[in-house]
Design a protein around this ligand. Structure first.
Ligand SMILES: Nc1ncnc2c1ncn2[C@@H]1O[C@H](COP(=O)(O)OP(=O)(O)O)[C@@H](O)[C@H]1O
Ligand SMILES: [Mg+2]
Length: 214
């Protein structure tokens, strides 16, 4: 599927070359991830945050683009089943997402979209999924990821906010580490503490500070 520059969300800074200054933090993160992945199992990354609007989807897609530029094979799984937004930010449309593929008994590859010219795969979610916890806990999901894993260097999982659903915690089981997106001026210290306490701290790889005033 071809991405149209005019339809991309302006915050998807890693999708173009306009401002190297804006892409630099993503490139640094890419270098850290690739070097860390050389010495430990670090293929599946959960991108989590406290609440809506923190920028999980933006960070996930930018990181995917930066990894793709570094010639990594990347899959983004849109696993915010409450408010999926990857397709909206990318300005694309697809009638078949992960949940639709499952419902129709199709292989997940039938729902996967290859995004050009940036060069990564997206497993989209088209509409809100009512039984998201059921899907995430299902053996089907586990088997699907096991089958997909060998084809990719990194699989990034977008997720629902930690304070909105148990979904991100269910995704911990399927992933190797967690990246926490923190919105500057967003959640209160109490909310942050509550959200972090829900996560397994040993798996926490680091944090991405988003919405930073420049
Ligand atoms: N660093 C940023 N500065 C300003 N706006 C941002 C930034 N990151 C994301 N946004 C905007 O905030 C909105 C919510 O971002 P999104 O990634 O969808 O959040 P989430 O997935 O955590 O709910 C989007 O419209 C996006 O363009
Ligand atoms: Mg989102």
């Amino acid at each position: 599927m071809d991405l149209r520059p005019k339809r991309l969300d302006p915050r998807l800074v890693a999708f173009n070359d306009f401002d190297p200054h804006l892409i630099a933090p993503y490139n640094r993160l890419v270098i850290s991830l690739i070097s860390a992945a050389a010495s430990r199992k670090l293929k599946r990354l959960l991108i989590a945050s406290t609440q809506y609007g923190d920028g999980r989807t933006t960070v996930t897609l930018n990181l995917a683009a930066a990894l793709a530029r570094a010639r990594q094979r990347v899959l983004v799984v849109e696993s915010d089943f409450l408010r999926p937004s990857a397709m909206r930010l990318l300005g694309i449309d697809s009638a078949t997402g992960l949940a639709e593929a499952v419902a129709k008994g199709l292989a997940p590859s039938k729902a996967m979209v290859w995004l050009q010219p940036i060069g990564f795969n997206l497993l989209p979610t088209c509409a809100q999924v009512e039984n998201s916890a059921e899907l995430l806990a299902s053996p089907f999901f586990e088997v699907m990821l096991r089958n997909l894993s060998p084809e990719f260097d990194f699989i990034l999982f977008d997720s629902a906010p930690l304070l909105a659903a148990a979904d991100a915690r269910l995704l911990e089981r399927h992933t190797d580490a967690t990246l926490l997106v923190i919105r500057q001026g967003g959640a209160s210290t109490n909310q942050m503490a509550k959200a972090v306490s829900l996560l397994d701290e040993d798996r926490l790889l680091g944090a991405v500070l988003n919405h930073v005033e420049s």
